[in-house]
Each structure stands twice: as structure tokens, then as C-alpha cells.
Design a protein around this ligand. Structure first.
Ligand code: COA
Ligand code: AMP
Length: 626
């Protein structure tokens, strides 16, 4: 093995040389002379003296260099029965005009804009328009409830919210405007304006501070790109932590553009002009990086798909999109493949489409179980590449680098550390573990460009959450091991973060909702294995003494409360009323032990347990489901 090992070694031994070379592929208004700024270590910055505009790199430079008429974005929406293609010139013009709308509403460099939109091209336009002005966007996923939106409004303090009138789910049209209005009644901070894209499936009634997207676009003057420091923030993306308060992951402009461009060619093997399809949502990091920024920065064509993997109209939906748009690669979450496999186990639909341009399937967002890996490999006949990363890193930590040097694939492993990431396995005391031994997966600082420099407005929380556990390391929150060939195996979170259908959620925030119910004395929520969604949350509640309420009523009320407070995406449906929760002598609920038993593992009883009888009583409930 040559290229990978050379690149990996150089990225760690000579990060200046490695990343300045990668940076040279972008347009800079002021090219960086230095890669790493470590003067505030353990807080690091990349390209401290560089200046650029991310939107220019994603659009204008391609228009200027001969790609003006190449499709930049293909919108394919089976849920509305519509399709549209935007060339680089058309997308640049839309974005420049919408940047003019935002500028007219007072948005300038450094101002925040919350984007609450479904998978429509205007969501991409709004993101890039913010980037064009040097404003900071924060996209909020449509499946979150008003309270979650309101928490983000109060933290990011946006000048403007950009929304659509509705999103479309298979069973219903989700009206967004009432969600925004309710969120704003819960928020202390108030935006000056809310721009609403009216969709015909449900139009919104506009109030005083609301602005109609189409009307505003008709009169706006296009705005130019505003150069920003490479270290200036491009976006904030909130993600679940172990507590109820989401973490505002910050992404900078320069490091992000450099890392994403590097990753798209070296990991995903996508070149300018190729068609790349990421089936996720712009509300998640996967959507930010690989629906929007990476493909456009590289000059590829990105597919924006509004629909589900099955039922739109059938289990052939994904193959139709790949064939019709000539996608070279698809990136999605394993759960989407489990959904397809469930409906079309023999893969009959695959044979109906011309997949001759399709080269690679990339899967991430949750552990790729070997069964799904084998099914996808057998049925598609292309390499199925598991890769591991997080909202915080913004691009893969471990992958099989298909563009740099394809390596053998091992089921169950996202392959090897990507250049820039010095991955280590540590024990509880911070000692590095030998190969094959399971421990906490940590990354030696500094993290490479494109990863989070901090949390929004909260350096202290960033340090406490990620850097304080092991001196000199970033704590990923995942556990796993490295095998004799250097392949990393990611076995699951070591904290209270769970992953439901590729969506990252906090059991802590669900517990907070359950605990607020007047009948509940104490509670625990754990993530248990699910054959479709990977994990599902399961709640356990102990009633207050003397409270009379039927288990069914309580369950319905708790399920409704989680849906109302967190959102339908939590997929919380399963609650058991129990007599007690197993605890340590110091009163900590033994969630890990409960999780292990629920997942069918031979979990030893911890020596610190307060009363083993409580666990014994719970065991059949954990094993049997609710
Ligand atoms: N707006 C409003 N509601 C939403 C939503 C959105 N953007 N996205 C999901 N929801 C709702 C769903 O309608 C569902 O509501 P319900 O309880 O009334 O049925 C609930 O949230 C749970 O959604 P989800 O977990 O997505 O389940 P699903 O049954 O609708 O679909 C999959 C399951 C596996 C098909 C789907 O999650 C999927 O395609 N996932 C893979 C791709 C992906 O998005 N990965 C994310 C990161 S890579
Ligand atoms: P998110 O921030 O939503 O991208 O979720 C990140 C988390 O998802 C990681 O910390 C892992 O727990 C999990 N995850 C993502 N990709 C993988 C993978 N390929 N294998 C195992 N777990 C993964």
C-alpha cells in the first residue's frame, strides 16, 4: 500500500505542507501562508491568514471556468411529482438574488439566519446565500418540534428565519409556519423577519414580520460574494449531546472548504462533472457536507431528493434516481437499505434499472451491520463502503479512500483513519490500548481542517465536552478497537447519545420530558437494537407513590409529550412502567447494564449495584420488550 500510507503519514508529520497543498485547489481572495494556528491550544484554527468566500468557491468560480451550463443541482421530488435542474449559472443567479433579499432584510457578515425547510432547492439557495454574504446559517431539521426550534433560536439569535410553508411526509403534509410561530412564542430572542417559501400543498398565512419568498425575489438586487476570514464561521449545526441542551457545532469557512474538496475526490472518488447523490436531509451534517457543499465546491452535480427510500412509489425509488440522473455514487444511511430490503428482499427492483454508471455505495450515520452490508454488496455488485464520522467532524474520520487508494473492505469496519485524523484507542486512565482491545475512540489533537473549532459562543462547553476527558485528545463518544491491519471497528456510543434511523438523538432530553410528567417519580431512556432503524428509544418509568393512572394512559401521554417537545423524529413509542430502576450505591442509574440486557448480551451485574433484586425484576421486561 502506497498512496494512502504516504498521505496519512504526511498529514500527521507535515500538516502544514499537506493542508497548504490541498488549499491551493481553491480560490482565495487572500491565499493562506500558514495552515495551523495553535496559539490558543487546545483551541485550534486553520488557515489563520487566509481569506475567501465559500459561495464563490461553490458556484461563481465554476461559472467563470467553463461549467456555467453544467447541471449543478438536480431536484427530484417523487412526493410532489416534480423535478428541476439548475445549471451552475442558474444556481449562482438564484443564490445571488436571494442573498440580495437577505441583505435587504439587514443580514450582513456574521449575522445568523435559521433555515427551517424541507428538501427543496430553495433550502440550498438559502444556505449558499448566507455563505455569499458571510452570514452564518443554522439549518434546523423539519422533524423537530417547536421547542427544539426555539432552543436553537435563543442560542443562535438569528436576524432572519427562512422557511417553507410545509414539508411532505408520506402520511401527511407538515405545516411549518405554525411550528415556527409556536417556537417564537417560546423564544426570548425574536428575528426581524421570517421569509416563507409558499408551497402549493399547504400555503401559510403570513403575518407582519413575514416576507413572501417569491415576491421578495422579484424585486431583489443580486448581491456579490463578501470575502471572509478562513476562520470566520460558515454555519452552526445543532446536534444532540448527552444533556437536553443541543450543542451548536461551529464550522469555519476555509478549513471546511479545503477538507470537503479533499474528501470528495480522495474518499468518494468524485471528480468535477460527476453526478453524486446523497440521500439524507439538509438538516443533518451529511446533507450540509455531501448534498450541498462538497459536490458544488468540487464542480460536480448534486442530486437533491425529496422522498423516502421506499413507497415513493415503491422499493425501486433509489434505483430509479440513480439510473435517471446517472449517479456515480450514492451516499445514505444503512437504515435506508434495511427499509428497502424489508420490502424487496430479493432485490428484484434493482434489475429493472440501468445502473451502469453507478460505481460505489457509501453508507454512514450509524453502524453498518454485516447483514445489510452483505445484502447491499450482493444485490448491487459494487463496493459498499462503510465510513464513520460525526456532526462535529463534518467529514469522515475513518473510511476506505476510494479515490486515493481503494483497500480491501472488511464487513463491520469503516476501514482506516483518514489523513488528518490521528485515531487512538484509550482505556479509562488514558493509556493507549494494544490492537484488538476495546476502548474509547479518541483523536489526538489537533483535529484536521473542517472539524469543529468550538461550540457556538461556548468554548468552555467545547473543552469540557470533548477535550477535558483525555489531555491532548478529542473524545469521539464512540467505543471500539483497531485490528491487526489497522482497520477501526466502531461498536457504538459510550454515552447517552442514540442513533434512530440515522438520526442522532439524546436520551437525556427524552428523560427530561418523561420526568416532567406529574405521575413520574423517576425514569430512564435507553437505546435498544431495532432491525429497521438500528436503534429505538425505550422508556422506563417509576410512578410516584399513591398515583393512580393506567399504564396505557400514561404511555399515551408520555409518547405524545415526547412527540410534542422533541418531535416525531424521536420515534418514541415504547414505555414500561416498572417498580424500580437499577442503580449504583451512589444513585446512578445503570443504563449501560440495562442496554446490554435489552440487546441480549450476557451483561455482568456491576459490583457497585445498590440492590441486585431491582435488576432481577427488570430483566424479563428488558429482554421481552414492552
Ligand atoms: N419533517 C417532519 N417530520 C418528519 C421529518 C421531517 N423532515 N422526517 C421524519 N419525520 C417524521 C416521520 O414522518 C415519522 O413520523 P410518524 O411517527 O408520524 O410516522 C417520524 O418523524 C420518524 O421518522 P423516520 O425515523 O425517518 O421514520 P420513517 O418511518 O418516516 O422512515 C427511513 C424511516 C429509514 C425510511 C428514513 O428514516 C430514512 O430514509 N433514513 C435514511 C436516510 C437519512 O435520512 N439519514 C439521516 C442521516 S444520513
Ligand atoms: P451524527 O453526528 O448524527 O453524524 O452521528 C454521529 C454518530 O453516529 C457517531 O458518533 C457514531 O456513533 C454513529 N456513526 C456514524 N457513522 C457510523 C459508522 N459508520 N459506524 C458506526 N457508527 C457510526
Amino acid at each position: 500500500m502506497g498512496s494512502y500510507h504516504d498521505a496519512y503519514r504526511q498529514s500527521l508529520e507535515d500538516p502544514e505542507g499537506f493542508w497548504l497543498t490541498a488549499a491551493a485547489g481553491l480560490d482565495w481572495t487572500k491565499p493562506p501562508t500558514k495552515a495551523l494556528d495553535d496559539k490558543d491550544a487546545p483551541l485550534f484554527r486553520w488557515f489563520p491568514d487566509g481569506e475567501l468566500n465559500t459561495c464563490h468557491n461553490a458556484l461563481d468560480r465554476h461559472v467563470e471556468s467553463g461549467r456555467a451550463d453544467q447541471p449543478a443541482l438536480v431536484y427530484d421530488s417523487p412526493v410532489t411529482g416534480s423535478k428541476a435542474t439548475y445549471t451552475y449559472r442558474e444556481l449562482r443567479d438564484e443564490v445571488a438574488t436571494f442573498a440580495g433579499v437577505l441583505a435587504g432584510l439587514g443580514v450582513g457578515k456574521g449575522d445568523r439566519v435559521i433555515i427551517y425547510m424541507p428538501m427543496v432547492p430553495q433550502a440550498v439557495v438559502a444556505m449558499l446565500a448566507c455563505a455569499r454574504l458571510g452570514a452564518v446559517h443554522s439549518v434546523v431539521f423539519g422533524g423537530f418540534a417547536p421547542r427544539e426550534l426555539s432552543t436553537r433560536v435563543d442560542d443562535a439569535k438569528p436576524k432572519v428565519i427562512v422557511a417553507a410553508s410545509c414539508g411532505i411526509e408520506p402520511t401527511r403534509v407538515v405545516e411549518y409556519k405554525p411550528i415556527i410561530d409556536e417556537a417564537l412564542t417560546l423564544s426570548t430572542h425574536q428575528p426581524d423577519s421570517v421569509v416563507v417559501l409558499q408551497r402549493e400543498q399547504a400555503t401559510a398565512t403570513l403575518g407582519e414580520r413575514d416576507v413572501d419568498w417569491t415576491e421578495a425575489m422579484a424585486t431583489a438586487k443580486p448581491a456579490d460574494c463578501v470575502p471572509v476570514a478562513a476562520t470566520d464561521p460558515l454555519y452552526i449545526l445543532y446536534t444532540s449531546g448527552t444533556t437536553g441542551k443541543p450543542k451548536g457545532v461551529v464550522r469555519d469557512n476555509g478549513g471546511h472548504a479545503v477538507a470537503l474538496a479533499w474528501s470528495l475526490t480522495n474518499i468518494y472518488d468524485i471528480q468535477p462533472g460527476d453526478v453524486f447523490w446523497t440521500a439524507s436531509d439538509v438538516g443533518w451534517v451529511v446533507g450540509h457536507s455531501y448534498i450541498v457543499y462538497a459536490p458544488l465546491i468540487v464542480g460536480a452535480t448534486t442530486v437533491l431528493y425529496e422522498g423516502k427510500p421506499v413507497g415513493t412509489p415503491d422499493a425501486g425509488a433509489f434505483w430509479r434516481v440513480i439510473a435517471e440522473h446517472g449517479a456515480k455514487a450514492l451516499f445514505t444511511a444503512p437504515t435506508a437499505f434495511r427499509a428497502i430490503k424489508r420490502v424487496d428482499p430479493s432485490g428484484e427492483q434493482i434489475g429493472k434499472y440501468d445502473l451502469s454508471k453507478f460505481r460505489t455505495l457509501f453508507l454512514a450515520g450509524e453502524r453498518l451491520d454485516p447483514e445489510t452490508y452483505h445484502w447491499a454488496s450482493d444485490k448491487l455488485g459494487v463496493p459498499v463502503v462503510d465510513h464513520w464520522w460525526q456532526t462535529e467532524t463534518g467529514w469522515p474520520i475513518c473510511a476506505n479512500l476510494r479515490g486515493l487508494e481503494p483497500m480491501p473492505i472488511k464487513a463491520g469496519s469503516p476501514s482506516v483513519p483518514v489523513p488528518g485524523y490521528d485515531v487512538r484507542i484509550l482505556d479509562v486512565s488514558g493509556e493507549e490500548l494494544p490492537r484488538g482491545e476495546d476502548g474509547a475512540i479518541a483523536i489526538r489533537l489537533p483535529l484536521p481542517p473542517g472539524t469543529l473549532p468550538t461550540l457556538w459562543g461556548d468554548d468552555a462547553r467545547y473543552i469540557e465536552s470533548y477535550l477535558a476527558r483525555y489531555d491532548g485528545y478529542y473524545l469521539t463518544g464512540d467505543g471500539g478497537y483497531v485490528d491487526e491491519d489497522g482497520y477501526v471497528y466502531v461498536m457504538g456510543r459510550t454515552d447517552d447519545v442514540i442513533n434512530v434511523a440515522g438520526h442522532r438523538l439524546s436520551t437525556g432530553s427524552m428523560e427530561a420530558v418523561l420526568a416532567a410528567h406529574p405521575a413520574v417519580a423517576e425514569c430512564a431512556v435507553i437505546g435498544v437494537r431495532d432491525s429497521l432503524k438500528g436503534q429505538l428509544p425505550r422508556g422506563f418509568v417509576v410512578l410516584k407513590a399513591g398515583v393512580e393512572i393506567s399504564a396505557d394512559t400514561l404511555r399515551d401521554e408520555l409518547v405524545a409529550a415526547v412527540r410534542k417537545e422533541i418531535g416525531p423524529v424521536a420515534a418514541f413509542r415504547d414505555v414500561s412502567v416498572v417498580d424500580g430502576l437499577p442503580k449504583t450505591r451512589s444513585g446512578k442509574i445503570l443504563r449501560k447494564t440495562m442496554r446490554g440486557i435489552a440487546d441480549g448480551r450476557d451483561e455482568p451485574v456491576p459490583s457497585t449495584i445498590e440492590d441486585p433484586k431491582v435488576l432481577d425484576a427488570l430483566r424479563p421486561i428488558l429482554r421481552g420488550g414492552a
